[in-house]
Write a protein that binds this ligand. Structure first.
Ligand code: VGL
Ligand code: ZN
Length: 203
């Protein structure tokens, strides 16, 4: 068994006072730093949108954050402008031990397609390259932590399971947005797809 820790989107904009603040997002950083020491490989993901990205409510006339629009690839929730390439909000939380990472995967750079999953854009077919990176290093088991549990962690986990990895989500090293039941739905869906949910105390 060869393992990777995927640290999803631990960036200023998803932490308190950030543009798309996730409650308690900063509280997981020290546990994640501790986890990083235990895996064969550590990958950080970084949400990395160009200005005017199509997932931003301000890019659509008469739309507000959390409205839903139809995109060619399906329904898209509109978000406040966040994680703009090169901005302070797109930087990793300053306490995150980013120097330990073997690789950083940036996602969401296509102005027309959002990308929640670390493996595929939201069209569910454009790869980020992470699968090839992990497979070429012989990784077969992935542990996920970070933000947000019910969006980017969730979509990364189910794509990882689909791609044949053993997938474990470290639940207490995540925080959720929880929009219209998204937290409960994502936990149920992950369980039904064979994703295991553990806590740092069980690792
Ligand atoms: C995320 C919404 C928009 C996430 C990223 O990291 O969960 N959520 N962009
Ligand atoms: Zn985003």
């Amino acid at each position: 068994m060869k393992t990777a820790l995927l640290v999803i989107d631990v960036q200023n904009d998803f932490c308190p006072a950030g543009a798309l603040e996730v409650a308690g997002g900063n509280e997981i950083v020290s546990d994640i730093n501790h986890e990083m020491k235990k895996y064969d490989c550590v990958v950080l993901t970084q949400d990395w949108h160009p200005k005017g990205h199509s997932s931003f409510a301000i890019s659509h006339k008469d739309k507000n954050p959390l409205d839903v629009v139809e995109m060619p690839y399906g329904d898209q929730i509109l978000w406040p402008e966040h994680c703009v390439q090169g901005s302070k909000g797109a930087e990793f939380h300053s306490d995150l031990d980013a120097d330990r990472a073997n690789a950083v995967i940036r996602k969401g750079s296509n102005p027309l397609i959002d990308s929640y999953s670390a493996f595929f854009e939201n069209d569910q077919k454009t790869p980020t390259g992470l699968d090839g990176y992990l497979k070429s290093r012989g990784i077969n088991t992935i542990y996920l932590c970070g933000l947000a549990l019910d969006f980017c962690v969730y979509f990364s986990a189910i794509d990882g399971a689909k791609l044949g990895y053993n997938v474990i989500v470290i639940e207490d090293a995540c925080r959720a947005i929880d929009l219209n039941g998204s937290l409960e739905n994502s936990l149920n869906d992950m369980k039904s797809k064979g994703v295991r949910l553990l806590t740092t105390s069980n690792l």
